[in-house]
Structure formats: C-alpha cells, structure tokens
Design a protein around this ligand. Structure first.
Ligand code: NCD
Length: 317
C-alpha cells in the first residue's frame, strides 16, 4: 500500500481519493497516540519550514496548524494580515514568492477569496494546504469532522449526517459534503431556503427545511455557525432575526429530547451560543465538539507529514 497521497497539495477535498482519506486517517491514528504521550513531539518534519499565511482572521485553525507543525518539529513562520493590499491576485503571488525566496517548503493559507489556494498552487513552486478559502472549501475541517465520526461511531460509510444551518456561506458544508460522500456516508442539508444554495441537490444530498425531520433522520447533526460576517453579501438579508433563526433552526434540549434517540452533535466552531445551538446542548454528553478540536491537531499533522513525504529533500544538509 502506498504511503503517499495522490496529490501534492491539499486545495480541497476534490483533490483526494477515498484511499487518500483512509491514509490520512490511519496516519492521524498514529499521531493521536503520539499526542497522548508525556512528550508530544516527533522529529518527522525536522528539516522542513512551513509558513502559515492567514489573510483572514482565525484563531482556532491557526493555532491547530501551528501546534501540528511544532509537534512534528517543523520550523514555523506566521504571517497574518486582513488588509486589502493583499487581496489582488498579483499581489498575493508576490507576497508568497517573497516568502518562498526565504526557502520555505510548505504554505498553509487562509484567504477570504474562493479559489485563492488553487490560484496560488498554479503560480508558486511549493506545497499548498488550503486552510479555508472564502465560502469555497476548508478541507482539513472536513477531514477532522469525518475522522471524529469514525472515532465515535466506528465507521463513516452508511452513517447519516445532517448538516444544519448556513450552508450558503459555509466552506465547512461544501468540504464536508464532498468528504462524507467519498466515504459512503449519507448527507442531508437543513436550513432556511435563503441559506440553501440552489445547486445543493446536484451534490447528491437530500435537502429539508424542517430541523425536526433532519434530526429524526440522522445519526449525526453538524450544527454550522451562522456566518454573521457574510450575511447579506448579495444585497438582501438572509433571515429576519437571530431570534427567529434560533426558534426554527436552533438545537435546544426540548427539540433534542423530542427526537427519541441519540444523535451525535458536532459544530466546527466558533459557536454562536444560543443561536444555532444552546450552551446546554453544546456542552452535553451527546456533543463531540471538543473531540473535533483535539482531532484537528492529529489530522493536520497527518496531512502535513504526508504532503512533505513527496518533497524532494535531496541536497539538504
Ligand atoms: C470554520 C471556518 O473558519 O470556516 N471555523 C474554523 O475553521 N475554526 C467554521 C466557521 O467559521 O463557522
């Protein structure tokens, strides 16, 4: 069995085969074991330099990648900017080429524009990991989500996953749909019509606008964050008020209790507590939200390690 991915970059889940995803999961299993040791560090990426370029605000994803890199003994440089001077494509390539001139091997990038990671991979000579590009993809989030389902339920194939909320603005939703479908899970999307993309059904998923129906159907409910910063980007408000949204699409104890069975609760974070999910449910025994965060480090270690395996390390001292 090959220990290399079929791709040199991780730009989106589209780049990965089901065998690639299984390889990432098996590699993450090994790193999870490392992370449970008193000394949580391995020398696997000792002569590799990784630049984390965050052109959009992020706390947990940036920390998760940085921790993964440090646990692998990579050298790490960080660059964060949400300024507009880096928004034009040409400027982005310039910025990254400047950083690569300093002999950086891999780039982890978050950017507000969909396609930014793909664009970069065509113009620079380095391994690129997409840490979220606008409303497009967030592949490591989908991998850690599927990995967390596999850990909790023992498998992903055949599992019924409801993805609930702001599908329209969510890169997590698209990457999750692609990843779960590749692994043989069934997916149902649930949310108001105004937050449901028109192409939804073309992705091979079911669609409902009734949360009770979605909860009765599913084994796992992934409650997405309402992307407050992206609402109304097409000039119209996407829903009347947060209060109304919470009433119709929020998960609380009463609604959960009425399902009459156990459903695993997930959320990619950060949580708008009291909007898409109440604190009581987010912190309940059915929630694996903190397992997702923990697994994020092991999954990112696996992705970086496997991508670096394909680097030409000849000539290094
Ligand atoms: C997600 C993101 O940025 O897309 N969060 C994250 O990676 N920590 C989900 C979200 O912002 O809702």
């Amino acid at each position: 069995m090959s220990d290399l991915l079929s791709t040199g970059h991780l730009l989106g889940i589209d780049d990965l085969t089901a065998a690639d995803i299984e390889l990432i999961f098996r590699t993450a299993d090994g790193f999870k074991e490392v992370l449970s040791r008193p000394i949580k560090k391995v020398p696997s990426l000792r002569d590799i330099t990784i630049a984390n370029l965050f052109f959009e605000n992020s706390t947990r994803t940036r920390i998760s990648f940085e921790l993964a890199e440090k646990r692998l003994s990579a050298d790490v440089v960080n660059f964060s900017s949400s300024g507009s001077s880096t928004k034009k494509g040409e400027t982005l390539v310039d910025t990254v080429n400047n950083i690569l001139s300093m002999k950086v091997d891999m780039v982890v990038m978050r950017h507000p524009d969909p396609g930014a990671a793909v664009f970069l991979s065509r113009h620079v000579d380095s391994r690129i990991v997409n840490a979220g590009d606008g409303t497009h993809e967030h592949p490591t989030q989908a991998l850690l989500d599927a990995y967390s389902i596999r850990e909790k339920l023992g498998k992903v194939s055949g599992v019924k996953v409801a993805i609930v909320g702001d599908i329209l603005h969510s890169r997590v939703a698209l990457s999750n749909i692609l990843c779960l479908r590749k692994l043989g899970a069934e997916v149902m999307l649930c949310g108001p019509t105004t937050l449901m993309p028109r192409y939804a059904k073309e992705l091979g998923v079911q669609v409902t606008h009734d949360l009770n129906e979605a909860l009765r159907w599913c084994d796992v409910a992934n409650m997405l964050r309402i992307q407050l910063e992206r609402q109304g980007s097409d000039g119209v408000a996407n829903f009347p008020s947060l209060r109304e949204y919470a009433m119709l699409f929020g998960l609380d104890r009463k609604r959960y209790g009425a399902i009459g069975k156990d459903v695993v609760i997930m959320h990619p974070g950060p949580i708008n507590r009291g909007v898409e999910i109440t604190s009581e449910m987010a912190d309940s025994a059915s929630s694996i939200i903190l397992d997702q965060v923990e697994n994020g480090v092991a999954i990112r270690m696996a992705v970086l390690f496997l991508l670096a395996g394909g680097l030409d390390r000849a000539g290094r001292a």
